[in-house]
Design a protein around this ligand. Structure first.
Ligand code: S3P
Length: 193
């Protein structure tokens, strides 16, 4: 495969890590796992890192300590994750829906020079996915609340998500399709190809 070149003809380093962002229900964890396995990279989910470190569920952190404390833990966890990842990272990282929206987190990511991918879907589909996950898998999302509030929060956050390096549409697509499209648009190579 020839080296990637920028529009000005300079060679562009191939991404050695990718951060998936997007609203609740966007499929960040699910797509992240599948993408990492296809690339032969490690996978890390920021919310799971917080839960391991805190030894409690995200919903319990919100209930017992409030959102402000969750955001503080989230920022610390992101900072240590990026520090631990090192320069030869080969890692797919999935963030919780509110992480990229916090300016301090966006600054950390931009300093780490890791491309971000906004997994997008129409908000009605995001709501349906979250409702189904809550009903079928008991997944509790503290900020899901009721439909109108969910829609409002999505509209409020969308301009932030659009600042990602890349937007990937997910509505009506399978995880396999999304992963294949992402590998192509990021100029990466599947481990088995
Ligand atoms: C949040 C989304 C959740 C989790 C926390 C806050 C948010 O992650 O980080 O409940 O602010 O949108 P998911 O996007 O994986 O549901």
């Amino acid at each position: 495969m020839p080296p990637r070149r920028s529009a000005k003809g300079r060679s562009v380093p191939r991404a050695s890590a990718v951060i998936l962002i997007g609203f609740m229900g966007a499929g960040k964890t699910c797509v992240g796992r599948a993408l990492s396995s296809e690339l032969g990279w490690a996978f890390e989910d920021l919310d799971q890192r917080i839960e391991r470190q805190e030894r409690r569920k995200i919903a319990d952190i919100f209930r017992e300590s409030g959102e402000a404390e969750f955001r503080r833990l989230e920022h610390e966890a992101l900072s240590s994750l990026l520090r631990d990842s090192g320069p030869r990272r080969k890692k797919v990282i999935a963030l919780g829906g509110g992480a990229f929206v916090q300016e301090t987190n966006e600054a950390l990511i931009s300093a780490a020079k890791i491309p971000t991918v906004f997994l997008d879907a129409c908000v009605e589909e995001l709501w349906t996915r979250c409702e189904r996950q809550s009903r079928e898998a008991g997944i509790e999302r503290p900020l899901m609340s009721y439909r109108e509030r969910f829609l409002g929060l999505y509209e409020q956050r969308r301009p932030r998500y659009l600042k990602a390096s890349l937007r990937q549409e997910t509505s009506g697509k399978t995880v396999e399709q999304i992963v294949a499209e992402l590998i192509r648009s990021l100029g990466l190579r599947a481990a088995r190809s």
